[in-house]
Design a protein around this ligand. Structure first.
Ligand SMILES: NC(=O)c1ccc[n+]([C@@H]2O[C@H](COP(=O)([O-])OP(=O)(O)OC[C@H]3O[C@@H](n4cnc5c(N)ncnc54)[C@H](OP(=O)(O)O)[C@@H]3O)[C@@H](O)[C@H]2O)c1
Length: 336
């Protein structure tokens, strides 16, 4: 496969006017791959034409990815040609911790600014990486808006200092976003959220579009290799859906390509993960040509099963709750 000219990769314009590549490489390896394998994928993907990388402190591989960014710069790629996202982990929500954590990410990634910095989850509840879904932090607390605003103010300060170009949210709900939009000095530029054909979040998606906040869809392929502990009997498999399979046959591609074409044509930025060369190359190629027809887009819009895969159980803060309580399904922030 020939390398792609990064200039051919479509972008989404954020409310600031900045252009964000519509496809980025995810870097969360679940339990499956080590930091070196992920950083090798970043190297290979960058050589192929990727310029957008979705990182996070909790993925515990930013130090290895930073080595690859340095290599890219030494080969002549300029910092401004890359779009680098990172995220603040849940145990660092206090104002000073958030500043400290961002600075550590800058050291690890070996860059002097981030294009985008997200609050990874709206809950400050620490849980050990890889813990079981039934694990609970005895000190866990609900969403407390004043606390979230303390964290947000730290992110605003990072923008003021020039360490971060854009700030955003992740794993939010409309009720939480309403509060943030009421109180933020700097509006979030994006919201990163789970989106795949079986979990389209149409209402939240439209809300974001209406507020000029760019949706970024994670787990765009339905996260087929997520750890067993994150799977439940009711979970459905996007890439086995008959509508996806039919479109894949029509286009002569793997079902993964249909999920990504749909994502980009619908309007979200997409960040599929793979360390496998064949996969990350074909993921990029999928969005560059042979778009889905209007009929195919329409058919896929009808296979939403409201099937959230990344439920967030470990963030629950009291007994007898269910994961739905994290997502404010009643239209208000779930009371403490
Ligand atoms: N903000 C958040 O809270 C949050 C949460 C989750 C994820 N994310 C971000 O979103 C990224 C992507 O999410 P994800 O990793 O959960 O799910 P995903 O991208 O939907 O699925 C990734 C898996 O799909 C398989 N795959 C990738 N390309 C393929 C292809 N062309 N053909 C067939 N299979 C393919 C690979 O499995 P094998 O490795 O088995 O081949 C890969 O591990 C993460 O890496 C992370 O950066 C953010």
């Amino acid at each position: 496969m020939e390398n792609i000219d990064p200039a051919l990769v479509p972008t989404k314009k954020l409310y600031t006017g900045a252009e964000m590549p519509t496809i980025g490489l995810g870097t969360f390896a679940s339990d499956n791959y080590n930091p070196e394998q992920v950083s090798n994928a970043v190297r290979g993907a960058a050589a192929f034409g990727y310029r957008h990388f979705d990182c996070a402190a909790v993925y515990a591989n930013e130090h290895k990815i930073g080595e690859v960014f340095q290599e890219l710069f030494s080969k002549g790629i300029r910092r401004e040609e890359l779009w680098i996202t990172s995220k603040l982990w849940n145990d660092m929500h206090k104002y000073d911790d958030a500043i400290k954590s961002c600075k550590q990410t800058l050291v690890d990634l070996q860059v002097d600014y981030l294009d985008l910095y997200l609050i990874h989850w709206p809950f400050p509840n620490f849980h050990a990486p890889g813990c079981d879904v039934n694990a609970r932090n005895p000190d866990a607390i609900p969403y407390i808006h004043a606390n979230y605003m303390e964290t947000w103010k730290a992110l605003e300060h990072l923008v003021d200092e020039g360490l971060v170009r854009h700030i955003g949210t992740s794993n939010m709900s409309i009720p939480k976003m309403e509060l943030l939009l009421r109180d933020a000095r700097i509006k979030p530029a994006v919201n990163e959220m789970e989106i795949h054909p079986h979990f389209q979040q149409p209402e939240f998606f439209q809300y974001l579009v209406d507020h000029d906040i760019q949706p970024i869809g994670f787990s765009p392929l339905g996260s087929p290799s997520r750890p067993e502990r994150d799977k439940t009997a009711d979970d459905t498999v996007d890439m086995e859906d008959p509508v996806i399979l039919k479109a894949a046959k029509n286009h002569g591609v793997h079902p993964s390509a249909i999920c990504l074409k749909w994502a980009v044509q619908r309007g979200q930025v997409t960040i599929p993960f793979s360390i496998k060369e064949r996969q990350y190359k074909s993921n990029m190629l999928a969005i560059l040509d042979d778009p889905l027809t209007d009929d195919e887009m329409e058919e896929i819009s009808k296979i939403d099963k409201n099937c959230r895969l990344i439920k967030g159980q470990v963030f629950l803060w009291k007994a007898n709750q269910s994961w739905e309580d994290l997502w404010d399904l009643n239209g208000e922030v779930t009371p403490a």
